[in-house]
Design a protein around this ligand. Structure first.
Ligand code: 6GU
Length: 231
């Protein structure tokens, strides 16, 4: 899979794609993530990519030309399955959308700035508008990073233990069960007991442990996210 991210802040996005799971997935050849500086596609002498809006509105608007030039260049090199624009008025990003996008061959994510992009770009080039939640960010860079992370980590092989991506919270509309590690008993720095690991997890009884895990998932989902059970 290949993900092309177009942004005016590549220095914000690029480091994120080079660390941890995303960095390792790229080194393993599971995904290529390319971050493009939109200013490189400006024909303006000062590398400008925005201008005043017609109509006397406040703020600045990202212009058609640099975006057109960048996306046309990419499209001339390969077919893209989806050209995504990050925007609070887009479709809400969720696990099913991440799963779907992780099956694509090539996608572009154009980082938007709310109110700030010539509407013709959205009409002419964009195939999907995506929001990561009901709040306003200053730009689409964090949204692109969130989406890229969620998409890449479920590519088979991206996570060491393949099982773990499937047992994630939300993958089956259930929250994950609690997990514990050593020591079995922990005494806090202030001398109080933090309790012990549930006995069942130390039993080695695989079937009983699975049963416990599911019961915990159900209980936590019912209590914390009852809305998920209705899905
Ligand atoms: Cl995709 N962009 C911006 N600017 N704000 C957002 C968003 C995206 N998703 C939620 N808020």
């Amino acid at each position: 899979m290949r993900i092309d991210i177009i942004t005016v802040l590549p220095e914000l996005v690029l480091p994120f794609t080079q660390e941890s799971i995303l960095g390792r997935a790229q080194k393993k050849g599971l995904v290529e993530i390319h971050v493009h500086n939109l200013r490189d596609y400006s024909t303006n002498r000062w590398r400008r990519v925005d201008d005043y809006p017609f109509g006397g509105f406040a703020g600045m608007v990202m212009q058609c030309e640099p975006i057109d030039r960048c996306i046309s260049q990419l499209k001339s090199e390969r077919h893209y399955d989806e050209i995504i624009f990050t925007s609070p008025d887009g479709e809400q990003f969720d696990q099913p959308m991440a799963n779907e996008l992780s099956l694509k061959e090539n996608i572009i994510i154009l980082c938007g700035h709310y109110k700030g992009i010539d509407y013709r770009v959205r009409e002419q080039l964009i195939t999907k508008e995506v929001s990561i939640g009901d709040y306003v960010l200053t730009g689409g860079e964090l949204a692109a990073a969130v989406m890229t992370d969620a998409i890449v980590r479920i590519i088979p092989g991206a996570i060491g233990d393949e099982q773990s991506a499937l047992s994630d919270s939300f993958q089956d509309n259930l929250l994950a069960a609690p997990v514990y590690s050593r020591p079995k008993e922990y005494v806090g720095v202030n001398g109080e007991s933090w309790g012990s690991v549930p006995e069942i997890l130390l039993s080695g009884h695989e079937a009983k442990i699975k049963e416990w895990e599911l019961a915990q998932s159900m209980e936590r989902t019912k209590r914390l996210r009852p809305d998920l059970l209705k899905k």
